[in-house]
Structure formats: C-alpha cells, structure tokens
Design a protein around this ligand. Structure first.
Ligand code: HEC
Length: 179
C-alpha cells in the first residue's frame, strides 16, 4: 500500500512537472490514493502473525489472567484493535493460493465483519481497564465461535502455505501472559 502510494504520488508529481512545471500540490495526491486491493502477505500469514497472536490476550483476560500494569493493558487494547482491523484486512486477498477464492465468498466477508464487531465490543472494556472477567469471557466466547465458524467453512486441514501456529497457551502451563 505504502509503496503503491509512493509510486502514485511520484507519477503524479512527474505529470504535473512535465505539464506546466507546477510544484506538486500535496492536496491532489490524496485523491489519487489507490484502493487497497491486495495485501503483501497471505491470509495464512495474517492469521498466524496478527490474529492468532493477539486473540490470546483477549482469551487470557477472559480466563481471569488480569493485566498487571499499564503496559499489559496496552497489549490487551492493541489486541482489540487487531481484531477490529484484522477483520477488515481479511476481507482483502493476499498472496496465498486460495485468498482470492475465499474473499470472494459472501460468507467469508460476513465472518470477517463479525470479527471486527467483536473487537469493537471489546475495545471499551480494554479502555476502561475492566476487570469484569465475565464480560471478557463473553467476548472470548464470541471470538472462539467466530474463529471456529470460519475455519469450519474455509480452513483446509493443512494451511495452504504451511505456516502453522505454535501454541502460546501459557496458561496450560500455569504461566501468565503478563509476566
Ligand atoms: C474469515 C475467516 C476466518 C476467520 C474469522 C478466522 N480465520 Fe483463521 N484461518 C482462516 C483460513 C482460511 C485459514 C487457512 C489459511 C491458509 O491455509 O492459507 C486460517 C488459518 C489460521 C491459522 C493458521 C493455521 C493453523 O492451523 O495453525 C491460525 C492459527 C488461525 N487461523 C487462527 C485464527 C483465530 C485465532 C481466529 C479468531 C480470533 C481466526 N483464525 C479467525 C480463516 C479464518
């Protein structure tokens, strides 16, 4: 995206310069910004690198593993933003073999929007630094339903690019996410 924008802006200023020698006007570059049509990574990589990693912070709070300081709360709040934004990112195909096929499905788009909604509902809790475990658990339950729903519909048994999740389930080993 950033590369495309830079190229677009470069071409535009070149065009302007060759036309009338006018200096590039900052305002005109904004209207020329291209739409986001393809991501530079695969959906598989987005899942492992962004979604899965961050979802763990939301689940852990729902399991009563509470943030201990401001930095921990920042991690939880960032995780809610990752759900909000990640849902929208997933609506755009990346470099994975089946990405275009998946994102073309209406179902897919709905699951992705749902993820954004869950993140939007979690954000106020994170901003209020809520220690209401039940409220966090309810968010976590919706999150699981979302991941599993979409995976049941679309996820191949082995991820197309072989990028796999290594368990970060620290809780199963009795270790807090926030130590
Ligand atoms: C809109 C559909 C969709 C949603 C929502 C979704 N996933 Fe995925 N996920 C996929 C698909 C499809 C793949 C396989 C990608 C591939 O193989 O290229 C995948 C792959 C993964 C992988 C890597 C493969 C593996 O088995 O380790 C992880 C981890 C993952 N998802 C976690 C999550 C989590 C956690 C959530 C919810 C917070 C979630 N996903 C929500 C569609 C989705």
């Amino acid at each position: 995206m950033r590369i495309q924008t830079a190229i677009g802006a470069g071409l535009l200023s070149l065009a302007l310069a060759s036309c009338n020698n006018a200096p590039a006007d900052e305002g005109t570059t904004e209207a020329a910004a291209p739409a986001l049509t393809e991501l530079p990574v695969s959906i598989n990589a987005t899942m492992v690198g962004l979604i899965d990693n961050s979802a763990d912070y939301i689940w852990t709070v729902g399991n009563g593993d509470m943030p201990k300081n401001e930095l921990d709360w920042d991690l939880v709040r960032s995780a809610t933003y990752d759900m909000i934004l990640g849902g929208q990112v997933m609506k755009v195909p990346g470099t994975g073999e089946f990405d275009h096929q998946w994102t073309a499905e209406e179902n897919w788009q709905e699951w992705a929007d749902q993820l954004t909604l869950i993140g939007q509902d979690a954000l106020p809790l994170a901003e209020a630094q809520s220690t209401d475990v039940e409220a966090w658990r309810a968010i976590g339950d919706r999150l699981i339903e979302n991941c599993e729903g979409c995976h049941n519909a679309f996820k191949p048994e082995l991820p197309s690019e072989g990028i796999l999740h290594r368990s970060t389930e620290r809780e199963s080993r009795g270790i807090s996410m926030f130590d």
